[in-house]
Design a protein around this ligand. Structure first.
Ligand SMILES: Cc1cc2nc3c(=O)[nH]c(=O)nc-3n(C[C@H](O)[C@H](O)[C@H](O)COP(=O)(O)OP(=O)(O)OC[C@H]3O[C@@H](n4cnc5c(N)ncnc54)[C@H](O)[C@@H]3O)c2cc1C
Length: 307
């Protein structure tokens, strides 16, 4: 007989694995379904630098429970200014041109530091972002921009640490299993999920299903449908597996459509310039579609964002 899981999580990126670990911590039996083969696991989270933006009060605050390994001597050679909840919130509103959902933005900001500490408790090791986010003045590393901490090993390191933890916690993972359709009962409660695998469709009963399987950035047809003409020509620089099934499955059982469907976070460059003269535009600061043609953009996902 097929096992009924308390929680089935679709995806194996940072969102999915954190959700899976939190559910397991609360005592649930958990199955992670990953559409990609094992060699392509981790979604866009794998492709990141592993940089995490969160509110904190500067170096001494970080040394308490995020970066406790920094010695006194090392600390004397660093300057990490506070990044307050207000700064984080203002940055979110600035890059989204005021379109962020106020309640969700508040929640994200207020829960950002506790989440980093929780992740450390789950075995994620953090390090300051020396290479990207600091410059040296008179022998001291000065950190800037509010984005100061990354996972050891960047995105690949983050995914590996999360999956290691998942294995130790007894979470089952099935690769090559793409969540395809949700089952509901007569009261519209979710009772399971159908996964698409190499051998056909697999029915998995579950008490809850968490959809953490990305946006539709790797689906040229949906990009054109929602972002506009020529977005089918954009190049995806992250995973090829985020093609919108999670969103479709939720809409199919009556979930409310929400968010800004016609925007995305993209980077753009001038393809005609010689390599040494190519213009890289700061990703987090420009609205999609600003400068250049959509076909010269590289997509990171739906919704603009600060790393
Ligand atoms: C090049 C690049 C650099 C970035 N750098 C940073 C950074 O440094 N810091 C930062 O905060 N953000 C960064 N981002 C953004 C960041 O990657 C995303 O915001 C974040 O990874 C989203 O995590 P996620 O778990 O929601 O999705 P993902 O990590 O994309 O995970 C989605 C998972 O779902 C799987 N999946 C898809 N469909 C199905 C299905 N039907 N069934 C089962 N599984 C499915 C995918 O294979 C994938 O494993 C970057 C993005 C890119 C592309």
């Amino acid at each position: 007989m097929t096992k009924t899981y308390d929680v089935v999580v679709a995806g194996s990126g940072n969102a999915a694995l954190c959700a899976a670990l939190a559910a397991r911590e609360a005592g649930a039996s958990v199955l992670v379904l990953e559409k990609a083969p094992e060699s392509q696991r981790g979604g866009n989270s794998f492709f990141t630098a592993g940089g995490f933006r969160f509110a904190h009060q500067g170096l001494e605050d970080l040394r308490r429970d995020v970066l406790p390994d920094i010695s006194e001597e090392e600390a004397r050679a660093m300057v990490v200014p506070p990044y307050t909840a207000n700064q984080f919130y203002d940055d979110l509103m600035r890059v989204t041109e005021g379109r962020s959902d106020i309640d969700m933005a508040e929640f994200l900001v207020q829960r950002s530091r506790p989440t980093i500490v929780w992740m450390r408790g789950q075995g994620i090791r953090w390090i300051l972002m020396f290479a990207r986010q600091s410059y040296q003045v008179e022998g001291k590393h000065h950190f800037w921009g509010g984005l100061n901490v990354e996972a050891v090993g960047g995105g690949p390191g983050l995914v590996e640490m999360l999956l290691d933890r998942a294995a130790k916690a007894g979470i089952d993972v099935r690769y090559g299993h793409g969540a395809w359709r949700l089952h509901t009962d007569s009261a519209a409660a979710v009772t399971g999920v159908v996964a698409r695998a190499a051998g056909g469709f697999v029915e998995i009963p579950a008490r809850a299903v968490i959809l953490a399987c990305g946006g539709f950035e790797a689906n040229p047809e949906w990009r054109t449908r929602y972002l506009g003409p020529n977005w089918d020509l954009a190049r995806v620089r992250g995973t090829r597996h985020n093609t919108g099934e999670g969103i479709k499955m939720a809409l199919d059982i009556g979930a409310q459509s929400y968010g800004h469907w016609s925007s995305c976070h993209a980077v753009q460059w001038d393809m005609n310039a010689p390599p040494q003269g190519r213009r890289h535009v700061p990703e987090a600061l420009l609205p999609a579609g600003h400068h250049g043609q959509p076909g010269r953009s590289a997509l990171r996902g739906r919704g603009r964002g600060l790393p």
